[in-house]
Design a protein around this ligand. Structure first.
Ligand code: NAG
Ligand code: NAG
Ligand code: NAG
Ligand code: NAG
Ligand code: NAG
Ligand code: NAG
Ligand code: NAG
Ligand code: NAG
Ligand code: NAG
Length: 871
């Protein structure tokens, strides 16, 4: 009776505490903003006000970009109303929230929506909040792909992310939250929704224990630092939506996928009846987190010799706060369950007895640990296991919830990983990883070009320096970007590097007025493309003559030298299969290039992702041949050869007759400066268009273009993105996936279905073989562009023969003749097809050919290739 009474009083007190706490917490301030619209939507139990609506207590800086909405939605239906709209901006944009001085969660939602004129895959921007840098060179689709690739196997297929939610903890001291978005040079940014949710001062007011120290710890001065939520897991339970965590609207994910051996932990069948022991804990986590639990599996052995282990990808070099949530739900006594906690393989706690610490059964309890990740590790292990030193009855470990927060480093949360390459230079590692993941993303290639350029320049310069035995004074100059060099210096660099110094035809110089009138004063509705450099407008540049007008982002200071280089380079190149430069405009700090207009846009747009009618097999072959000719000319048309470095289907443009032309070539793509090439992502190993060898060997040759071209060939035949993170893991990377089928001679299994019945099986077989050769592991085993070209011509002949025979005219002679001519060409090292086009390219400045014609160099491999192809 007494016991009952005491219990009843306790409950009453709890209830009072709880209600008090709840009524206080329930009044928390929150701004939930639906971006890019003036209308409100109801999602997850909250009303999201449009950022363009009046009286929403949010101020947008001006210009405020554009309001975009999408009709295609592939994400989580719950969020559809919220994510259908977004704000897109190509200049910097601030959202300003007037708030009382307090702690807040700032949440940014990014759903990569499909909008005409803006490919969000190419959007890069940075975000700051009250001076705290949150992300740099941020690309939401890339990060989503990254997250999905990190999803542990079993989860990947079911629960891949379609959007990104980033959460930050901020302490406000200026009565305002200013979220500043700044697009990367020439790019643009977007945001789908923003939340500013008051947290109060009870979420992080505990002291933390430093892992691996001498038990040292103390209060974290979070107010000064700012944090990013990396993980929030409901251990042993289902995911919890914001609407079920209605104080702070957090999302709790399932933990099972992060366990390295899920069998090590068991979810017991008890329905815990949990109540908050401390009213302050109501904000720490919802009860649902404590009700579900995972305990160390009872393997039926006396001594348990394993841990429950969670493996979490994090950014190296930062400090992390790990918050563990516990609640004893089974044992009604202390000393029943005593265990050890390891964080980052270091002992964080031993003799850990949840019952004792929480002060009873069914009482929530949490503990915070601080760990510094070394700069070489990106895996944070959280492990709970037996404590052999205890004499307790049981050594089961238990865990209910797990949160990981990244702490800012001197006002910076953005992840910038660097590595030291063999030349002792710092470069962005994440850049390389990015190339792996997002090679389909245009801007990546621009970054890549910068990187390649570094090596190329450095190598050449080293050679020069070695020859001159001069001091290596060039390096700082280069590494600090062209901007430190004067125009003359830069152009000298360029000429030395290429050994070319012929006359430069710069085309027509347009006045800004002409450009303005052609583009209707840079009318957004005339934008036909957006890339890392800026926007491309369609405009009439003469009577009835259309041009593609590429305008570098006017804010860019560094772009001038690149612009000059681009003009220099482009004006030396003239070829039927290269998009030609018509002129430029450099008035009033503008950097504008005018190219011939390509009416049918990119090859990619005709392959997938649009409503355009599918191309026939023959058309595709002709386009590949055209592109191959353009590349062959680049590789061999000048004495040193030019490596394109960015071969992909969006750089193959089609004119009104579907004649393919390579675009965006040469040195033009110097992209952002080295300091600005950092892109945040974790380690990945998949490759899109980029030659894996040149990252390993740091040697760029034309063979890297060949590799990329091989990927283009597969893309052309499969009509899918080269990296598609939405597919099952083994299919994500087209190059790998297609090679797998190609090796089994079953490429038709993954063929673009619209080609069915339209192709000669033999031509497809040969085509696949060419693509396969292009993707050879080692550059030296890959064919030259001339060889590729020649083989593609052969494939086209096979197809034409087949078409004719299908039309009734059997023609067996053609293929025999062809086989013979193949050998003749092979042995002499000449190939006939390119010459005809070179007539048109007589305007090129340097006529002298490299005596080492690549056709000759490659002859041996070529004949081998022919043999392997067999008959
Ligand atoms: C919201 O925007 C739409 C389209 O821009 C406009 O037609 C409508 O009048 C606006 N509504 C309000 C309340 O401002
Ligand atoms: C804006 O702030 C005022 C005063 O704080 C408040 O009454 C109003 O509800 C707020 N509006 C919105 C949409 O949050
Ligand atoms: C945005 O806010 C930041 C910091 O308050 C300020 O420096 C910047 O000029 C603002 N940008 C715009 C476009 O208003
Ligand atoms: C994936 O979804 C299917 C069908 O809903 C389900 O049967 C399967 O268990 C799920 N797999 C995982 C790992 O959740
Ligand atoms: C939960 O525990 C409280 C006392 O702590 C008790 O009054 C209540 O009946 C329990 N509920 C269930 C479902 O066991
Ligand atoms: C709750 O938090 C407040 C403010 O941090 C603190 O003063 C108070 O002692 C806490 N209450 C309990 C029961 O821990
Ligand atoms: C548990 O993990 C820690 C840290 O990695 C390790 O030192 C320990 O040996 C593991 N315990 C068992 C029983 O495997
Ligand atoms: C940490 O523990 C995990 C799991 O036991 C192990 O795979 C990993 O190699 C360990 N790391 C270090 C640095 O010891
Ligand atoms: C963006 O990338 C994804 C994944 O590779 C792809 O599915 C999508 O089609 C791309 N979007 C555009 C507009 O290119």
């Amino acid at each position: 009776m007494k016991g009952y009474f005491r219990g009843g009083l306790g409950l009453l007190l709890h209830l009072i505490f709880f209600m008090f706490a709840f009524s206080v917490e329930a009044q928390k301030l929150s701004f939930v903003i639906n971006c890019g619209t003036n209308s409100s939507v109801n999602v997850d139990g909250r009303s999201w006000t449009g950022d363009a609506a009046a009286g929403n207590n949010v101020t947008l800086s001006s210009p405020a970009g554009i309001e975009a909405s999408t009709s295609v939605f592939n994400g989580d239906r719950v969020y559809e109303p919220l994510y259908r709209t977004a704000r897109i901006f190509s200049g910097s944009l601030n959202y300003t929230f007037q708030v009382p001085n307090e702690n807040y969660f700032l949440r940014l939602h990014f759903y990569p929506l499909v909008v005409d004129g803006y490919n969000v895959n190419e959007s890069f921007f940075s975000v700051e909040a009250n001076g705290l840098r949150l992300v740099s060179e941020f690309n939401a689709p890339g990060e989503i792909a990254d997250k999905n690739q990190n999803l542990p196997g079993s989860e990947a297929a079911n629960s891949s992310y379609s959007y990104l939610l980033k959460e930050y903890f901020l302490s406000v001291e200026s009565n305002v939250v200013v979220v500043s978005f700044v697009p990367s040079k020439g790019s643009f940014g977007f945001v789908s929704a923003i939340e500013v949710v008051e947290v109060g001062d009870r979420l992080f007011d505990d002291s933390v224990r430093r892992v691996g120290g001498n038990g040292g710890g103390g209060a974290l001065d979070l107010g000064k630092r700012g944090m990013e939520t990396m993980y929030r897991l409901n251990v042993g339970g289902p995911s919890i939506r914001p609407s079920h965590d209605s104080l702070l609207w957090r999302t709790w994910a399932m933990d099972s996928g992060y366990m390295i051996n899920a069998d090590a932990g068991t979810v017991p069948n008890t329905k815990a009846n949990v109540t908050y022991a401390n009213p302050n804990d109501t904000v720490v986590a919802p009860l649902a987190v404590y009700e579900s639990v995972r305990v160390l599996t009872n393997a039926g052995v006396m001594e348990k010799r394993f841990n429950m282990s969670w493996k979490l990808e994090v950014h190296p070099g930062f400090e992390y706060m790990v918050r563990l949530h516990f609640c004893e739900v089974v044992f009604d006594n202390a000393n029943q369950r005593v265990f050890r906690i390891f964080i980052d393989n270091k002992t964080a706690a031993d003799n850990f007895d949840v019952y004792a610490r929480a002060g009873g059964l069914n009482k929530p309890y949490h503990e915070d640990y601080l760990d510094s990740m070394s700069s070489s590790s990106n895996t944070l292990w959280i492990q709970l296991g037996p404590d052999p030193t205890t004499g307790s009855a049981g050594t089961d470990a238990i865990l209910n919830g797990l949160e990981v927060f990244k702490l800012s480093r001197s006002g910076n949360l953005a992840y910038v990983e660097t590595y030291t390459n063999v030349n002792g230079k710092k470069a962005s590692k994440s850049l390389i990883l990015w190339i792996g993941i997002g090679a389909g993303i245009a801007s990546i290639a621009i970054l890549a070009a910068t990187w390649v350029l570094v090596f190329w320049f450095c190598k050449k310069k080293r050679e020069e320096n070695n020859a001159k035995k001069g001091p290596p004074g060039w390096r700082p100059l280069f590494l600090h970007g062209f901007s430190t060099a004067n125009a003359k210096g830069s152009s000298t660099n360029y000429q030395n590097t290429n050994g070319q110094n012929g006359t430069i035809r710069t085309g027509r110089r347009f006045t800004l007025a002409e450009i303005r009138s052609a583009t209707n004063n840079f009318d957004e509705s005339l934008v036909i493309g957006v890339g890392g450099f800026g926007k491309v407008f369609k405009g009439e540049i003469g009577e009835g003559v259309l041009g593609a007008i590429k305008r570098a982002n006017p804010q860019s200071q560094q772009g001038l030298k690149e612009f000059e280089t681009e003009i220099e380079m482009l004006s030396k190149l003239r070829h039927r299969h290269l998009v030609s430069l018509i002129g430029f405009c450099d008035e009033q700090n503008e950097m504008i290039l005018v190219y011939e207009y390509m009416a049918n846009g990119t090859l990619r747009s005709h392959l997938f992702g649009s409503d355009l009618p599918p191309l026939s097999w023959r058309q595709r072959l002709e386009i590949c041949i055209g592109a191959a000719r353009g590349l062959h000319y680049l590789h061999t048309g000048s004495d040193r050869g030019i490596i394109h470095r960015d071969v992909k289907t969006t750089n193959i443009l089609l004119d009104e007759d579907f004649v393919a032309k390579m675009a965006d070539f040469g040195l033009s793509k110097t992209g952002p400066s080295l300091e600005h090439t950092h892109v945040s992502t974790a380690v990945k190993g998949s490759f899109g268009y980029l030659d894996p060898e040149y990252f390993r060997r740091e040697q760029l040759t034309e063979k890297s273009d060949i590799y990329s071209f091989g990927v283009v060939l597969f893309e052309t035949v499969c009509a899918r993105a080269v990296i598609n993170p939405t597919l099952p893991r083994e299919q994500i990377n087209l190059a790998e996936w297609a090679m797998r089928w190609q090796r089994e001679s079953s490429l038709e299994r993954i063929l673009d279905p619209t080609l069915r019945g339209d192709y000669s099986p033999e031509s497809l077989m040969k085509f696949g073989e060419i693509a396969e050769k292009c993707l050879a592991e080692e550059g030296k085993s890959r064919p030259t562009m001339g060889e590729v070209l020649w083989h593609l011509e052969y494939v086209l002949l096979l197809q034409d023969t087949w078409l004719r025979s299908n039309a009734g005219e059997e023609d067996t002679v053609a293929s025999t003749t062809l086989d013979e001519s193949m050998h003749t060409i092979d042995e002499t090292g000449h190939e006939p097809v390119v010459e005809s086009d070179d007539a048109e390219s007589s305007s090129k400045t340097d006529e002298s050919r490299d005596p080492l014609d690549p056709m000759v160099v490659g002859a041996d491999e070529f004949s081998q290739m022919l043999k392997q192809q067999g008959r």
